[in-house]
Design a protein around this ligand. Sequence first.
Ligand code: NAD
Ligand code: WQD
Length: 340
Amino acid sequence: MPKILVTGGCGYIGSHTIVDLINHDFSVVSLDNLLNSNESSLEGVALITGKKVQNYRTDLCDLEGVRQVFLDHPDIQGVIHFAALKLVGESVEKPLLYYRNNVVGLLNLLDCMQEAGVPHLIFSSSCSVYGNANELPVTESTPRKEAESPYARTKQIGEDILQDLTNVDPRINAILLRYFNPAGAHESARIGEDPSNPPTNLVPVITETAAGKRQELVVFGNDYPTRDGSNVRDYIHVMDLANAHTKALQYLLEKRNTARCEIFNLGIGEGVTVLEAIQAFERVTGKKLNYRIGPRRPGDVVAIYANLDKATRLLGWTPQRNIDDIMRTAWAWEQVRSAR
Ligand code: NAD
Ligand code: WQD
């Protein structure tokens, strides 16, 4: 049972990935300072898997604290690094908070991995590193554009740090996973997206509106050059995304990587408009959503979706779920959450 350290293990994608890791016979330790989560997600993981996962309530910016986790677990074989702040708008308001948390956190983690001799790292990157891409669908070699926010820049910097480090340190292998738009929840509705901050992403805003927590959903613009005028995105179910992490880890552990730093896009390879996402929600839940068309949101790209051939070819990963599955599971989770 290879032991894996998951940073940000109590968060949204981290907790779902832990379920998939346990289902594939990995043993897991989590490090999460609970800045945007709480440990009830690990209780959900325990209900699903029957396994209790230990969480260190440690801040990645606390170098000594991170070092202690590696000292306590000298058998860690790889790290999946989710822990980061992720609100695009907040990052514009508080750039230093984002640079410190996301960049210093990564540097501390890498220092400790080097000291402990842990060779494998999976890094959560984002389609936001592409900015306003010139070509669609985007492949891993589509040039990165100027970042649209400090948040996106922290992901570009993280990628650059890992490219530079793996160029000179043969002991470290890294995989950069560029997620498109993660959404949905585990089928059991025992875990899901449960942020401490009010969500701003489309799918939780849809489910919160349907649950009556918000009065209405505002569609940010219907005058874009797309098939119905609203933005196009590539929504990927969180359990498919979770499984890609397991496959990426197996790829490194089995030494199938051809370079010491490799990049993979993770989406479903299809664009869905905002209005189509709303229709999908209404279709699968039978609920009418209260929405109106509003102005464009500054910084939104018109359309982006992934070419995922590389992940399919090299990792053997193919997403199994679609926008309907995303809406069905997100709604089931919202109902559990609202009843708490
Ligand atoms: P999340 O906020 O649910 O999870 C991140 C977790 O990291 C939280 O539990 C938080 O408490 C923890 N954390 C943050 N800073 C920390 C620190 N300094 N020390 C220790 N723990 C810390 O977010 P998520 O949606 O699960 O995202 C996971 C990763 O994926 C992030 O790196 C994010 O930038 C990236 N990502 C997310 C999306 C998305 O839409 N959710 C898209 C692309 C990339
Ligand atoms: C999706 C679409 C909105 C809310 C963000 C980050 C990106 C990545 C994923 C981390 C857009 C529209 C939304 C609403 C709306 N995260 N929308 N009304 O902006 O594609 O990507 O999350 O790495 O970096 O930027 O995701 O869910 O916010 O928006 O009309 O109330 O839904 O305009 O077209 P986005 P999103």
